[in-house]
Design a protein around this ligand. Structure first.
Ligand SMILES: [Zn+2]
Length: 388
C-alpha cells in the first residue's frame, strides 16, 4: 500500500512539475515577465506546500538539466535552503555545477547560489572562495561583494571589509556609512593592541568618511578623554550633538567628565541651556548632576523638580527620588520615597533603552551593528516617557 501511494505521489508531482515547467519554457515579452513572475511564484509555493522534501528531492534528481529546467532546479534548491535544509540545496547546486556545457551566466548563477548555501551552513571560507571568483563578473560582482562584506563583518575582518567596501564604491554603491564603522572597528582593534598612534589614524579616517555619522565623534572623544585632552574632546562631543541630538544620553555623561576635569561646570550648563532640546531627559539629568557637583543636592533637586513638571519622564522622576531621599530629614516619609523609587527603578530596568529603526530589535545596550538585522547605525536611544 505504501509503495502504491508513493508511486501515485511521484506521478502527481511529475504532473505538477510539468505544469510549472510550462512557465520556464515559454518565451515571453518583457512586459509579460513581471506579471508572470508573481503567478510563477504562486505556482512554486503551491508545489512546495503540496509535496514533502523527499518527494521534491527525488523528482529533482531525475529531472534532466537543460536551459528550460535550470531555473526550476535552482528554485527548488533555494526552497530547501530557506527551510534550513542546506544539505539538500548544496547537493543540487554541486550537481548542477558539475554538469558540462552550461553557459557562463548559468555557471555564475549556480556559483552564487552555492556560496549562499555555504554561508547558511557557516562554511565561510568556502563561500568566500566562490564569491571572490565572482567579484569580476558582469552580472554578479556587486552581489558577490555585498556577500563578502557580510562574511567579513561576521568574522570581524575589518581590513578586508574596507577593501571590499572600496571596490563597491567603484560600482557607485553608497558605502561611506559602512566605511566609517569599519574604521571605528579598526581603531578599537588598534586600541586593544596598545597602538594609540594607529588608532588615532583610523579615527581620523572614520571622521573623514561620513561627516554626518555620530559614532566616530563619540569614539574619538573617548580616545581624547583617556589621553587627557578634555578640551579637544568637548569640541568633538559638541559636533556629535549637532549631528544628532537623539544621542544626548551618550554625550551628556562624557560632557560631565570633561566639565569636571576642566572645572568648567558653569560653562557646560550654559551650553546645555543653549542646546534647547526639549524632549531629552538626559539633558535635564546632566544639568542636575552638574549643579549637584558644584552647588549641592538642593540646587539639583530644585532644578529637577521643575524639569519633571515641564517634561514628565520616568528617568527624571527616578533621579529626583534619589535626590529627595538624600535630602530627606529622618522624620519625613523616607519609606514612602523608597517604595516609589523601587517602582521607578523596576520600570526602568524592564524598559528597553535602545531600538533598531530597521527591524525593531530592542535592548539595553547600544550596538552600532544591529545584532538582529545586521545593519550599521540603525539603533537609536528610545524616546518617550520611559526613554533617555
Ligand atoms: Zn535591526
Amino acid at each position: 500500500m505504501g509503495e502504491f501511494l508513493m508511486q501515485w505521489l511521484i506521478i502527481a508531482l511529475a504532473i505538477a512539475i510539468g505544469w510549472v515547467l510550462g512557465f520556464f519554457s515559454k518565451r515571453r515579452t518583457s512586459s509579460q515577465v513581471a506579471i508572470n513572475k508573481t503567478a510563477l511564484e504562486e505556482r512554486m509555493q503551491l508545489l512546495y506546500s503540496s509535496y514533502s522534501s523527499e518527494s521534491l528531492e527525488s523528482l529533482v534528481s531525475n529531472l534532466p538539466v537543460s536551459k528550460d529546467t535550470l531555473a526550476l532546479h535552482i528554485s527548488i534548491a533555494g526552497h530547501f535552503r530557506k527551510k534550513g535544509e542546506v544539505d539538500r540545496s548544496l547537493l543540487i547546486h554541486q550537481n548542477l555545477l558539475a554538469y558540462p556545457g552550461l553557459p557562463e551566466k548559468s555557471i555564475e548563477d549556480i556559483t552564487y547560489e552555492l556560496a549562499k548555501d555555504y554561508m547558511s551552513a557557516g562554511l565561510f571560507d568556502r563561500a568566500e572562495a566562490l564569491l571572490l571568483k565572482l567579484q569580476t563578473s558582469r552580472h554578479f560582482a556587486t552581489k558577490a561583494l555585498r556577500k563578502l562584506l557580510d562574511i567579513y563583518t561576521q568574522e570581524q575582518e575589518w581590513f578586508k571589509a574596507v577593501e571590499v567596501a572600496q571596490k563597491l564604491v567603484q560600482f557607485k554603491e553608497p558605502m561611506s556609512g559602512e566605511l566609517t564603522h569599519f574604521y571605528c572597528e579598526l581603531a578599537s582593534d588598534s586600541l586593544r593592541s596598545g597602538d594609540l598612534f594607529e588608532a588615532e589614524q583610523f579615527y581620523r579616517r572614520a571622521l573623514d568618511c561620513d561627516k554626518k555619522a555620530v559614532r566616530p565623534y563619540i569614539a574619538y572623544a573617548d580616545f581624547l578623554i583617556k589621553r587627557g585632552s578634555h578640551k579637544e574632546a568637548v569640541s568633538y562631543l559638541r559636533k556629535a550633538a549637532e549631528q544628532n541630538s537623539d544621542f544626548l544620553c551618550e554625550l551628556i555623561p562624557r560632557f560631565l567628565v570633561c566639565a569636571e576635569a576642566l572645572k568648567e561646570e558653569t560653562r557646560f550648563r550654559r551650553y546645555l541651556d543653549e542646546l534647547q532640546v526639549d524632549s531629552s531627559p538626559s539633558l535635564a539629568l546632566g544639568m542636575a548632576e552638574s549643579l549637584r557637583q558644584e552647588l549641592g543636592a538642593e540646587e539639583a533637586e530644585k532644578y529637577l523638580s521643575r524639569a519633571l513638571l515641564e517634561r514628565p519622564k520616568l528617568i527624571t522622576l527616578d533621579r529626583l527620588l534619589d535626590l529627595r531621599m538624600d535630602l530627606a530629614e529622618a522624620n519625613t516619609d523616607v519609606a514612602f520615597l523608597a517604595a516609589v523609587k523601587q517602582v521607578t527603578t523596576g520600570l526602568l530596568k524592564e524598559a528597553p533603552r535602545y531600538r533598531c529603526m530597521g527591524c525593531g530589535f530592542a535592548g539595553k545596550q547600544l550596538y552600532w551593528l544591529c545584532p538582529s538585522c545586521k545593519q550599521w547605525g540603525k539603533i537609536r536611544p528610545v524616546q518617550g516617557v520611559s526613554g533617555l
